[in-house]
Design a binder for this molecule. Structure first.
Ligand code: CP
Length: 306
């Protein structure tokens, strides 16, 4: 079912590998007693970008599996003195780290490290490329509420261009037979959006994207990744691409409202909708622990068997 030493992205995973991770995550969902599946293994969280949900849930997941979990923060590590990523990893590995969970601003950093590392690399978000565990937890949340995703319509709205979440979700949802509709201002829609798969459609208005959708996923504008003035004013953006009760009414009744977080309330989504009855945003966070347990278990057991 799973024999990979790393989880670098959704791209390239088979349907049976995805099923394995989702089924294991389902088994881990909810309050779980500690297990000793990864007892004796050391998990190091290396987050070169800020994180609340991903870093915390990887830490909880590793501890629930009986691993020793260490957090390295670049601002208080020797990275701040100019040490390279590869040297950092080699030093951490010299201390017998087994699994490195990496978040990095450069797209491709985990793939690069996987070529040089002795440890297992888990991608916790690389630049604008992939955020595989986020897509897995999003799909687990959808599956828990909607069942089979084949034929479902998922609207993903906002800053698609800079979103590793949008990219990983488009690939994963395509694999599961769902249709993805991307929308956002033209300056935030990548030219290759429609090439992510035959199931991706680009809509130029929020209304067109949401119309009849089963799921509406809103994204934050990633100001930190813009180099120029590609943005309209925040007010104009909220008026044109923000989700409120009126625009949500175009989706299917009881459509799920999702957001990977962090939310900019009043910009891409109103508080009334983010905290409303259709919101499953905190269910996504809960699913994050289960998915990260499944991923750490999968790569950890592969290491144990080799
Ligand atoms: N969704 C997500 O990646 O959140 P964090 O940046 O808080 O980890």
């Amino acid at each position: 079912m799973w024999s990979r030493p790393h989880l670098l992205g959704i791209e390239g995973l088979s349907a049976s590998e995805v099923s394995h991770l989702l089924d294991r995550a389902e088994a881990f969902y909810g309050p779980m007693p500690k297990t000793d599946a990864l007892r004796g293994q050391v998990v190091v969280n290396l987050f070169f970008e800020s994180s609340t949900r991903t870093r915390t849930s990887f830490e909880i997941a590793g501890k629930k599996l009986g691993a020793d979990v260490i957090n390295v923060s670049p601002s208080t590590s020797s990275v701040s003195k100019g040490e390279t990523l590869l040297d950092t990893i080699r030093n951490v590995e010299a201390m017998h780290a087994d699994i490195l969970v990496l978040r990095h601003a450069s797209s491709g950093a985990p793939q690069f490290l996987a070529k040089h590392a002795r440890s297992s690399i888990v991608n916790a978000g690389d630049g604008t490329h992939e955020h595989p565990t986020q897509a897995l937890l999003d799909v687990l949340t959808m599956r828990k509420h909607l069942g089979d995703l084949n034929g479902r319509i998922v609207a993903i709205c906002g800053d698609i261009m800079h979103s590793r979440v949008a990219r990983s979700n488009a690939i994963l949802l395509g694999l599961l037979g769902a249709t993805v509709r991307f929308t956002g201002p033209r300056t935030m829609l990548p030219l290759e959006a429609a090439r992510l798969g035959s199931t991706v459609i680009v809509a130029h208005t929020l209304a067109d994207a949401i119309d009849g959708a089963d799921v509406v996923m809103m994204l934050r504008i990633q100001n930190e990744r813009f180099s120029g003035a590609a943005l309209p004013t925040t007010r104009e953006y909220a008026k044109t691409f923000g989700l409120n009760a009126n625009t949500l009414a175009r989706a299917k009744p009881n459509a799920l409202v999702m957001h990977p977080g962090p939310i900019n309330r009043g910009v891409e989504i109103t508080s009334a909708v983010a905290d409303g009855p259709q919101s499953v945003i905190l269910d996504q966070v809960a699913a994050g622990v289960a998915v990260r347990m499944a991923v750490l278990e999968a790569v950890g057991l592969t290491r144990g068997n080799t």
